[in-house]
Design a protein around this ligand. Structure first.
Ligand code: SAM
Length: 301
């Protein structure tokens, strides 16, 4: 069948608004790492033209040839008619300034924890505290563990996921960032297969969407692995296991950084005796809390 998407743009400057306007003609959903049609258009153009994703004014006159237009038309057609997120079509995405490979076995990286890592978890961790060991649970593409290893060059980072295919993607990303010597990937059902160890920081962005939410999510999300999104009736099955097990794996001064998104209210309701502190997230997102080892120890069913 002939591709109904036809582009006429001749330069980067023309391509971004033309592609954005094509995207806007269809009921697409964003929010899997790219927030708007214009951002998505810029990302596609930069990828196809071989430019940096944050290309500047000097790149605007970059000329596009027929094969580049063809490539963009093909990607756009799949994006629009199969509702596949752009990151899966390109095989990569960017988070907090770093590139990550992705495929259908991993959630597209977008966790606001990435920006907390870049700020050294200020004010939760005093800067003078040496961070030696970090655990990233439910790592998916490995993005948060990798960003942690970059932020803390002295630290050893363990990353875990129940899905060995996700860990294959994580391993590719570890290689991409040259971190093979400091990041260990372990297949584990939360803590179950993890050797006994005490960590300064445990990071977790587990699945936290209630199963009932499946029917209302836009089609784009059906391309992500179900076990990366959904976790029981209230979305908190995995998050609760992470909290209950954390004290055994945290250093006495260590902290758990846990994302539960829109399930934050339900988490608070589940444990009324504990007052959760939800982070102000400068770059968007919601439902990230920080818990000390003692707090994790005191939160029980
Ligand atoms: C929301 S994704 C997060 C991925 C990554 N941390 C990120 O921020 O992009 C959740 C991940 O948890 C993994 N997962 C689901 N159930 C798990 C379990 N019981 N134990 C360990 N990992 C699990 C999924 O395979 C998926 O990669």
């Amino acid at each position: 069948m002939e591709n109904p998407i036809r582009l006429t743009c001749k330069s980067v400057a023309e391509a971004v608004p033309e592609i954005a306007s094509v995207l806007q003609q269809y009921p697409l959903s964003y929010g899997q790492g790219v927030e708007t049609a214009i951002d998505e258009a810029a990302y596609l153009v930069s990828f196809v033209a071989g430019l940096p994703p944050d290309f500047n004014a000097s790149h605007r006159q970059f000329l596009l040839d027929d094969s580049m237009r063809e490539h963009m038309q093909t990607v756009l057609s799949k994006r629009i008619f199969s509702r596949t997120p752009l990151a899966y079509l390109l095989g990569e995405t960017w988070l907090a300034g770093y590139k990550f490979y992705v495929n259908e076995y991993v959630l597209i990286p977008r966790s606001p924890i990435a920006f907390m890592i870049a700020q050294g978890f200020s004010p939760w961790l005093p800067r003078q505290q040496p961070i030696k060991r970090i655990l990233d649970l439910c790592t998916g593409s490995g993005c948060l563990g990798i960003l942690s290893a970059i932020q803390y060059p002295e630290a050893i980072v363990d990353i875990t996921d129940i899905d060995h295919q996700a860990l294959q993607v994580a391993s590719r990303n570890i290689e991409l960032h040259g971190l093979e010597k400091r990041i260990n990937a372990v297949v584990s059902d939360v803590y179950a297969q993890l050797p006994s160890q005490q960590y300064d920081i445990i990071i977790a962005n587990p699945p936290y969407v209630p199963v009932s939410g499946q029917s209302v999510l836009p089609s784009e999300f059906s391309h992500e692995p179900k076990h990366a999104l959904f976790a029981g009736e209230d979305g908190l099955d995995i998050a609760k296991r992470i909290i209950f097990g954390a004290s055994q794996f945290l250093d006495p001064q260590g902290v758990l950084i846990l994302e539960v998104g829109q399930a934050a209210e339900d988490l608070q309701t589940s444990f009324p005796q504990h007052h959760f502190l939800w982070q102000e997230l400068e770059y968007g997102g919601e439902g990230v809390c920080v818990l000390t080892r003692d707090e994790c120890n005191n939160i029980t069913e």
